[in-house]
Write a protein that binds this ligand. Structure first.
Ligand SMILES: *Cc1c(COP(=O)(O)O)cnc(C)c1O
Length: 423
């Protein structure tokens, strides 16, 4: 019988994406399982940044706008369109996820009469809730927010949405993959329910884009926003994107009128005329350095291909789940993610009363030759283990689980840690 660890090694040996691991900066003694929060730095991004800064900015200066930079948004939008199953003229790159969510939620509430409810769920990301709360409080006082409550804190059944949705619902806005539990909605099923009631859908793809196929067009999604510094490896705070289905674009208006959303920004006309199509959702001068960094991250995803990434993520998720059940559950951990593969994104959360300390002990090992392992902690008691199929090996997962086991068995988490802002 082959030992378990040998089977894990074998999985790496036959992994068609294994070669991508070396295309990222890899600190020594370090296993990174937080690609769902901030992706790693591609080596190609380092080269690209040197060129953009030294040549394009340093030497080209203002000339680079015409020669290079003004095309950048469209080039990147094309790439994100391929990754998300949208048309190139349905994606706008820029601003942040929260700001894009605000723009699209505002626009969709604004043009609808007689519908006064925003529907979301309590699995959604806090910033998304804040955006909706602010909209109702400051702009749409006659609207209300209907928060669907998950029964187990992990997932939410489509039955609950079916029962609650009505012709009063203006907008259904959910995270495709829940940031805590990794629960994944079926885009096709939920879009169909919403479409049947004439309800617009607005998806937050932050935890899915680059990890699982999204298929915006085919699934019938109306609108979406997403983040690029997670699985797309765009770098800290890299620009977000938004998607609006083609036939909806002319009906939605950007609540922030500004020059990059103008029909012809460089005529410097003092009267605002909203651009046609997806361009109307732009606001300001593109952040060239950040866009340049993002492009190399996208290139790697495109080269690896979404289907391969998905296939590997599924194998890795199943391996991790199996190890959690056999090695960590007996030590007092609970699984805080769906068991079923097709209901999960690319991270798995486990809970433990001492999750915070265990997380810190993983990141800060006492012995020098022990690898630091970086997952992340989400209050009150969750350790999130993110699988980025582009650069994580099967052995990373094996080592992480073994290390967690060692920490708990030896009580290594029972020590004092320096307080930190971000955990
Ligand atoms: C990461 C993330 C965001 C990020 O929002 P920013 O505006 O970029 O800070 C938003 N929504 C979800 C679901 C996320 O996971």
């Amino acid at each position: 019988m082959t030992a378990f660890i040998d089977r894990v090694k074998q999985m790496d040996d036959i992994d068609p994406l294994a070669r991508f691991r070396e295309r990222f900066v890899q600190p020594p003694h370090f296993i990174y399982l937080d690609g769902n929060s901030l992706g790693k730095l591609p080596l190609a991004t380092l080269d690209r940044m040197k060129t953009v800064i030294e040549e394009e900015w340093g030497h080209g200066l203002i000339r680079s706008w015409n020669e290079k930079w003004l095309q950048l948004n469209q080039t990147i939008a094309n790439k994100i369109a391929t990754i998300t199953g949208a048309r190139a003229d349905e994606i706008m790159v820029g601003d942040s996820t929260s700001l894009n969510l605000f723009k699209l939620a505002y626009a969709s509430l604004h043009f609808q009469d007689g519908r006064n409810e925003i529907m979301t769920d309590d699995l959604n990301f806090p910033s998304d809730h804040y955006v909706f709360q602010g909209l109702v409080e400051k702009h749409f006082p006659n609207h209300r927010i209907h928060v669907l409550k998950s029964k187990d804190g992990i997932s939410l059944g489509s039955e609950q949405i079916k029962q609650a949705i009505s012709d009063k619902t203006a907008l259904l806005s959910l995270s495709h993959i829940a940031y805590k539990s990794g629960f994944k909605y079926d885009l096709y099923e939920i879009n169909e329910i919403a479409n049947m009631h004439g309800v617009l859908t607005l998806w937050d793809l932050s935890h899915s884009v680059g990890a699982v196929p999204v298929e915006l067009n085919q699934s019938g999604a109306d609108m979406a926003v997403g983040c690029t510094y997670k699985y797309l490896n765009g770098g800290p705070g890299s620009p977000a994107f938004l998607y609006v289905k083609k036939d909806l674009q002319e009906r939605l208006s950007n609540p922030i009128s500004s020059w990059f959303g103008h029909e012809a920004p460089f005529t410097f006309d003092t009267d605002f005329k909203e651009a046609r199509g997806i361009d109307r959702f732009a606001i300001s001068t593109p952040p060239v350095l950040a866009l340049s960094a993002l492009e190399r991250g996208l290139d790697l995803i495109l080269e690896a291909e979404m289907d391969n990434l998905q296939a590997k993520s599924v194998l890795q998720g199943d391996l991790l789940m199996q190890m959690i059940l056999t090695k960590l559950v007996p030590l007092g951990f609970k699984v805080a993610s769906p068991y079923v593969t097709h209901r999960r994104g690319s991270h798995i959360s486990i809970s433990h009363p001492k999750a915070y300390q265990i997380n810190r002990a993983m990141i800060e090992p006492l012995k020098e030759n022990t690898a630091a392992i970086i997952p992340d902690f989400r209050p009150p008691d969750l350790i999130r283990i993110g699988i980025a199929p582009l650069y994580n090996s099967f052995m990373d997962l094996y080592k992480a689980v073994e290390r967690i086991r060692e920490i708990v068995e030896k009580g290594e988490m029972d020590r004092d840690f320096e307080p930190q802002i971000v955990t």
